[in-house]
Design a binder for this molecule. Sequence first.
Ligand code: ASP
Length: 337
Amino acid sequence: MRFFYFLITLLLTMAATLIWQDKPEYVFAIHGGAGAMSRDKMTPELEAQYRAGLEEALSAGETVLKSGGSAEDAVIAAITLLEDNPLFNAGKGAVLTNAGTAELDASIMSGRTGLAGAIAGVKTIRNPILAARLVMDSSEHVMLTGKGAETFASSHGLKTVKNSYFITPQRQEQLRKVKEEEKASGKHADAGQYDPSGKKFGTVGAVALDRNGNLAAGTSTGGMTNKRYGRVGDAPIIGAGTYANNNTCAVSCTGHGEYFIRNVVAYDLAAMLEYTGKTLEDAANQIIFKKLKTIGGEGGLIAVDKQGNVAMPFNSEGMYRGYLNSKGERMVAIYKD
Ligand code: ASP
């Protein structure tokens, strides 16, 4: 009998060790937005540029995580690069408001401390994600908006730029087209009710699990083309577009923000893990393909859980995305296959 117990304990220990060894030491995932990016409009050159941008951002996160850096630092390293890359809808190259300006939103959350920082509707902060981090690390607040956020960021030495720095001819053309469609359809183009066909989103985000087992998530965006009245999407809202908790997972969302806010998507995913024991993949699929899809909420998310599992579901035509881990797995993809 004693031998029997010994054997069982030995087998269980071996199984636990195997599972433990299987857990990657670090994991990093990014997205560059979800939406309608039809293949026929994508040239091989443009696709190569998108892929290069994603690879570069992945590598920036990897460099931090490999050397034992924090999940927060990895998220910041990747998002600042994506913000500086005019292809993505964040920082330079952000989509434009109805007035033709760029108004930026960003947020970050640490799963280790449970602290978070966000900024919304800023026009002059060169890297909004750095401002979000400043709010998290150097203020007692969670979210600052508009002029106040800009004053706070510049008083802490963050780089500011003229609004024209963010504006690219491609986004001006995109705005012109959306306004034209709005005129033709006669529908009020208030972001949230109106989704002109062919318009892609393109927010950026990152989630990380570091060598110390800490999680972090961040998201940055220009919002939605033709937005007005100071519209704010899900990206800077903790629990909607961004969430991280060391006990569950780190999440960054992209898509039609109003749906993500109303369904508290990022927190919903973490809550499912915490309260139902669902796997990350099952919970993420349920939200994106059942909950959101049935009500017309287009978009996707990236998430990593405390065991290092990754989920990247999206219900739109594509989602710029990529992930890597310490075991040498690495991928970048745009469409479903
Ligand atoms: N979620 C963003 C927003 O609604 C848009 C996007 O993901 O591209 O502001």
